[in-house]
Design a protein around this ligand. Structure first.
Ligand code: G6P
Length: 607
């Protein structure tokens, strides 16, 4: 969750470190800091709050050093203040850390007993003292790090800078990603390739348990048993336009508007344009023999997984169980012999989802990872990887990754249905055609932006908002409520429309807007009768439906958003867009920090 950068450079690196951190700020933004080596001594600058506070501090009190490390924090242990901000340092070493050191209390007690004085409440500071202890005992930085790593438990990525050792950085990866960048006479470390994108495209990804010694001349990688290891250098294709806001006010807005394009890219990859049939990468299981599919994810990805359950069951007649990763990983669920498990994750690094994947592997499941970051841990550990091709998603609240996940899942379901012979040819053709049409229909939906902005004006006055959906739009109702909560801080809940009368109806009065997602189709009448129950109690309804639905029921709603008529199965891809826009404009109306909402982080690499 925290962001890490490091540079072994040729000239003063402070400003470039801040620049690298800007691209990582989505990982956490409650405090930030840098350390540089000035005349062989470690100097630090740290600031509470957003990265800009650190940039201002550096402008006022410049930091020297051609070798340096930087960090943007999402607090786990200790409040987000300057003392707890990274880097943590002793006279010998400065450390930035992402993750959690699980045994930090016992290590800290031992070190305190040996005279070490700690200044922060963090678990991370223990790493600085542990390495420092080794150096005090005559070890080289390299040996001190190797000894310290053997004592640490937990998941982490680390970058370290050493007093008196200009041109040396050491990084380590266990459970949290870390990339090494190769420049011209310079070397870089970063939590992901995005951080390094304006400096180099030549990147090496450390593998689990690796640690690396960086000098101007290059990098030497060691594996988890401290043996020198060869890791390949790849060229990553990230263009600056992918990580800039362009003419948009926020990344989230840009990413919402990119959806027709990126959904189109995903569909073009997974649906053969000539035959209009699904095409998946080689190497999947024999889907006819798979008895049950387990689907696991967190957050927005979990809601994509819930849609997947409906699709797998209805189109491919494959029983599917969906679970939240933090529950699944500890539940010790029995998994069937010959089963398959699908892990859905934008980052491919979410700690709980990764642990769930490892559990499923230990139970002999065939592992499919659906990720946006093809170099991620989940992608490396899966038997089959399906990249969702959404491009970098920077806004903390996920938008385009959700719809791309849905597009790729639908292609997967179509391929599985074909393998299992559960769809007749005509229906398969209808579904493929419906999916191919989504980018064009998504463009039409975006035309409602202004109308949605007006509705958001009064939504922003609400204290609570309910979202109702049925069937495949039920998970979209959940996602709509999550989006609103995340960025506008308005309490919102998504409900299966049929559950309304089992509780949430008690909340309804004139003050509670109810967003009803009701495409015209087999479940329309049912959802409409739930909408009537809301109206009968004075609730204010925003109805999202299509021409047919609006024609019959639109007059009852306080507001309507008219969406294109599409096949029922693809409605989640389109209904996701207005709920994203509703949340976006509500947040803008409330003046909240849309791209970096309070307390959240994009990539949750701790439990
Ligand atoms: C965090 C992010 C969400 C995301 C969730 C799962 O909570 O703020 O936007 O949906 O993690 O992340 P993943 O990378 O596994 O999809």
């Amino acid at each position: 969750m925290c962001g890490i950068v490091g540079i072994v450079g040729r000239e003063v690196v402070a400003e470039r470190l801040v620049d690298g951190l800007r691209r990582l700020e989505y990982r956490g933004y409650d405090s930030a800091g840098l350390a540089g080596l000035v005349d062989g001594r470690i100097e630090r600058r740290r600031a509470e709050g957003k990265l800009q506070a650190l940039a201002d501090l550096i402008a006022a009190e410049p930091l020297g050093g051609v070798t340096g490390i930087g960090h943007t924090r999402w607090a786990t242990h200790g409040a987000p203040n300057t003392v707890n901000a990274h880097p943590h340092a002793t006279e010998h070493v400065a450390v930035v850390h992402n993750g959690i050191i699980e045994n930090f209390r016992e290590l800290k007690d031992e070190l305190v007993a040996r005279g070490h004085v700690f200044e922060s409440e963090t678990d991370s500071e223990v790493v600085a003292h542990l390495v420092s202890d080794g150096i005090d005992n005559g070890l080289s930085p390299q040996d001190a790090v190797a000894a310290a790593l053997r004592k640490l438990r937990g998941a982490f990525a680390l970058a370290m800078l050493f007093a008196g050792r200009d041109g040396l950085l050491i990084g380590a990866r266990r459970g949290s990603p870390l990339a090494v960048g190769f420049g011209e006479g310079e070397m870089f470390l970063g939590s992901d390739a995005l951080a390094l994108s304006s400096w180099t495209r030549r990147v090496l990804y450390l593998e689990e348990g690796d640690w690396v010694v960086l000098s101007k001349a290059g990098a030497q990688v060691f594996d988890h048993e401290d043996r020198p290891a060869e890791r390949s250098i790849r060229t990553v294709a990230l263009s600056p336009s992918q990580i800039e806001k362009g003419n948009f006010r926020h990344y989230m807005q840009k990413e919402i508007f990119e959806q027709p394009q990126v959904i189109g890219d995903a569909i073009a990859t997974y649906l053969d344009p000539a035959t209009r049939l699904p095409r998946l990468p080689e190497g999947g299981p024999d889907w006819r023999a798979v008895s049950r599919l387990t689907i696991v994810a967190c957050g927005t990805s979990y809601y994509a997984a819930l849609v997947a359950k409906y699709w797998f069951e209805q189109m491919a007649r494959l029983p599917a169980e969906v679970d939240i990763a933090s529950e699944f990983r500890y539940r010790e669920a029995p998994l069937p012999t010959g089963g398959a498990a699908l892990f859905v994750s934008q980052s491919g690094e979410t700690a709980d989802t990764l642990a769930a994947l490892r559990y499923a592997r230990s139970q002999g499941q065939f592992i499919v990872a659906l990720v946006n970051v093809p170099e991620s841990s989940m992608a490396r550990e899966a038997d089959l990887v399906l990249p969702i091709l959404a491009g970098p998603e920077i806004g903390v609240a996920s938008t385009k990754a959700f719809t791309c996940q849905l597009a790729v899942i639908m292609c997967l379901v179509l391929a599985v249905a074909r393998a299992r012979g559960t769809l007749d040819g005509e229906e398969e053709a209808r579904l493929c055609a419906a999916l191919s049409e989504v980018p064009a229909r998504a463009l039409e939906v975006l035309n409602h932006d202004e109308k949605i902005r007006e509705i958001a004006g009064w939504l922003s006055e609400a204290r609570d908002v309910l979202y109702l959906g049925r069937g495949v739009t039920f998970p979209v109702a959940l996602e709509g409520a999550l989006k609103l909560k995340e960025i506008s801080y308005i309490h919102a809940e998504g409900y299966a429309a049929g559950e309304l009368k089992h509780g949430p109806i008690a909340l309804i009065d004139e003050q509670v807007p109810v967003i009803v997602l009701a495409p015209h189709g087999p479940l329309f009448e049912k959802t409409v009768s739930n909408m009537q129950e809301v109206l009968a109690r004075g609730g204010r309804v925003v109805l999202l439906s299509d021409t047919k639905g609006i024609a019959t029921e639109g007059r009852h709603a306080a507001e309507i958003i008219e969406l294109p008529v599409v096949h029922a199965f693809v409605t989640p891809l389109l209904y996701a867009i207005p709920v994203q826009l509703l949340a976006y404009h509500t947040a803008v109306a409330k003046g909240t920090d849309v791209d970096q909402p309070r307390n959240l982080a994009k990539s949750v690499t701790v439990e």
